[in-house]
Design a protein around this ligand. Sequence first.
Ligand code: B1M
Length: 221
Amino acid sequence: MSELVEKISICIERGKVNKAAPYPPDLKDQEGADELTKKALDKGETAASILQACNDAMQRIGDKFSRKEVFVPELLMAAKAMNTVMDHLKPYFQSGTIKAKGKFVLGTVAGDLHDIGKNLVSMVLEGNGWEVIDLGVDVKTEKFIDAIKNNPKCIVGLSALLTTTMPNMAASIKEIKQQFPDTIIVIGGAPVTVKDVDEMGADSYASDPQEAVNYLNSKTD
Ligand code: B1M
């Protein structure tokens, strides 16, 4: 990993958004995720390598949270820094494709506010020619149902980051399949595994955005 990319990773872990940000105090007046990402891209670092370093940083801050070394405010600052990086990376994932493959209705399930992974899935799918209808976070079943009604033949994606919201994922799938048995449903998110596909009655699992793209593309062939 280059020094610049490593610095970005540290900014994510420490929640250093940009130079003007006073947080964290020991990094005051130093460049943050914003400036460093721009520099890294200008110097030819790939979007994929920056993203990988940021994902590693989110893992590290998550582990610290598990060990009670940091708390929710620190997670929020890390998320804010990560979103700043993603704003810079977005064009790299979205360049040059025609939106023609189909519609993908995507949301983080009810009770769950985590959206960084979902937003990545959205970006990468859009970059691969899918029209994404992003319903946001804390998406109740009815909202998924309305979106399916408004977008016949769409594929649906559900994301969950909490073990406590996985039952909500299962409940949404059950209702969607009851009302629209032919709707294809893909699930993902850190605590979700391939074995949940059968248990929840979904059609597929994707561990990352590219797997979601591969699966969706296979449905257009
Ligand atoms: Co929270 N959080 N959080 N959190 N958070 C986790 C998930 C946790 C693992 C941290 C920990 O304890 N180590 C833990 C969950 C434990 C569990 O259930 N097993 C946890 C907890 C407990 C909580 C709260 C309950 C804390 C509290 O309040 N006491 C609370 C819940 C709030 C709620 O949702 N109701 C909470 C809150 C938050 C913040 C709001 C502060 C913030 C989220 C901000 C935001 O998203 N805008 C936050 C964060 C940042 C995290 C960690 C640190 C990072 C998550 C992240 O963005 N990762 C996380 C720890 C961790 O993940 N190690 C943690 C980076 C992202 C790129 O990865 O989202 O996994 P991920 O997405 C991946 C794949 O999973 C996949 O693609 C992405 C790219 O590879 N993917 C899909 C995701 N969705 C997909 C859908 C698909 C396909 C693939 O198809 C449809």
